[in-house]
Write a new protein. Structure first.
Length: 96
């Protein structure tokens, strides 16, 4: 059964025309970044934990708090995330 996500998660795309199977990586990362707990539950039910884990580990960018939250859900260390490795390779300004 196709999940029903809150429209605010996909505010910049036409969700009705979005192929959620073909664009699974985009959908999973967007749900974890902007969705609430129920959206994340629906995402995990629809895609399965292994698909969600693979997608989150390989996404190029996630905000730090989302990455930490995702690491707790999929039971992985943040150092295994591609977005964490990318962040270490490209440090930004000091957060003053």
């Amino acid at each position: 059964m196709k999940p029903t996500f809150d429209k605010r998660i996909f505010w910049d795309v036409n969700f009705e025309k979005l192929d959620i199977d073909d664009k699974a990586d985009f959908v999973i990362s967007r749900v974890f970044e902007r969705g609430d707990i129920e959206d994340i539950r629906q995402c995990r039910r629809y895609y399965g934990d292994e698909r969600v884990k693979k997608s989150l580990l390989n996404v190029k960018f996630l905000p730090e708090h989302t990455m930490i939250f995702a690491a707790a859900i999929i039971d992985k260390n943040i150092t295994e995330f591609t977005c964490y490795k990318n962040r270490q390779l490209n440090p930004g300004l000091f957060p003053y």
